[in-house]
Structures are given as C-alpha cells and as structure tokens.
Design a protein around this ligand. Structure first.
Ligand code: VGL
Ligand code: ZN
Length: 203
C-alpha cells in the first residue's frame, strides 16, 4: 500500500504571517525563539516557488494609537506601527517576486488578528482557484491561530506547520493547537514537503 503524501502544488497558498522586526528579539513584542522560523520559512518559499504555489505575506500594520496598545487600554506594548522600523519584514526573510501582500489591523478602533478579517484575501485566493492554505509565521497563539481558524471556516483545507511558527507563550501555543484542531485545521510537524499523512499530529 502506498502512503498518501502531501506536497505543494499550484492550487495551494503559502501564507507567511507577520515576520516583522517587532516580533523578533530586540523588538517591541518579541516572540520567544522567533528567529528559528526564518530558515524554515525560507526553505518553504523556495519549495513553493518550484511548485508554482502562491505566496502570501501578511503584516501587522497599526496606527500609532491602535486600541490594542497599553496607552489605549489594550493588552500589548506599542508594536508594528506602520512605517516604523519595527513594522519592517525581517531582513533575512526571502521575499519572493509575485508574492501577494496583506496589511491588517490598520484602523485604530479595531483589532484584526486574522489575515482574513477586513481584507480581500479570501476573494484573492478564490480568484486563483486556491483550495489549500499552508500557514507559517508569528505568532502561533494569535495571528496564526486566527488566520488558520478563519481559513478553515471559509472552506479552505488548512494546515499549520509547527516547525515554522512560534507562540508568545508555550501555554498559549498548546491552547491554540487544540482550538485549531477543533476547527478542522491540520497541525503538522514536518518542515518540508512532501510529507506522509501519518506525520500529522492530532493534539
Ligand atoms: C500579533 C499580537 C498583537 C500577531 C499581532 O501577529 O500574532 N500578536 N498583534
Ligand atoms: Zn498587533
């Protein structure tokens, strides 16, 4: 019996979430061990380019008075303010030509953790006949989680690659994986394609 393998194809999208300087060491909202995802994501970008997979790159793009900042009564230090150094993509991330960019949480009065919330991403994917989404980036327990749950809810077959994401807290990561699995998202361990379906973790 041959084992089913999952490999990237041209009707897939690789969604790279918020690899911006503020989420790395020295940034305003540093996610522990965030730097470890960069080489993994770069390899996935190479693989996606070979397979004709659409690459989507999102960024948190806040106004200086965003409601999520402590000065406005929110939970977070000021981070990813549009046009600032901290909002720039990590310089080691290989941004491919042909990538589609998504900016989110741009309005002061609204939080938008999901790349699908208030953006045209779902339409862009449908227009390209994309039916599977592979999600990587930061942070696993916030924007990755929300984007993955929305993608699944919108009808995309959705996979999150654990090797290419990191949570703000370990407990948050664990809870996020439980919530994602409950929403029908597949959380996978391997960091490269193709992989056997039995590598899928059922946390
Ligand atoms: C994020 C916290 C605040 C994220 C964005 O990209 O996961 N987390 N804003
Ligand atoms: Zn934010």
């Amino acid at each position: 019996m041959t084992k089913e393998k999952i490999g990237l194809r041209s009707t897939d999208a690789l969604l790279i979430v918020d690899l911006q300087l503020d989420f790395f060491a020295g940034g305003k909202l540093a996610v522990p061990r965030a730097e470890e995802v960069i080489p993994v994501v770069n390899d996935l970008v190479d693989e996606a380019r070979k397979s004709g997979t659409q690459i989507i790159v999102s960024r948190d793009w806040h106004p200086p008075d965003h409601m999520s900042f402590t000065a406005q009564g929110g939970d977070w230090p000021q981070h990813c303010v549009r046009g600032t150094k901290g909002a720039e993509f990590h310089p080691a991330l290989r941004l491919p030509p042909g990538a589609l960019f998504v900016s989110k949480a741009k309005r002061a009065e609204r939080e938008q953790y999901s790349d699908f919330d208030g953006t045209s991403l779902a339409e862009e994917l449908r227009r390209r006949a994309i039916d599977r989404v592979f999600i990587v980036g930061l942070a696993e327990d916030f924007c990755v989680k929300s984007s993955a749950i929305d993608a699944a809810r919108l009808g995309f077959e959705t996979h999150v690659l654990r090797a290419a994401t990191r949570p703000v807290t370990p407990e948050g990561g664990e809870k996020a994986r439980t919530e994602m699995c409950a929403a029908g998202v597949t959380v996978i361990e391997p960091s490269c394609f193709p992989y056997d379906v039995d590598h899928i973790s059922r946390t």
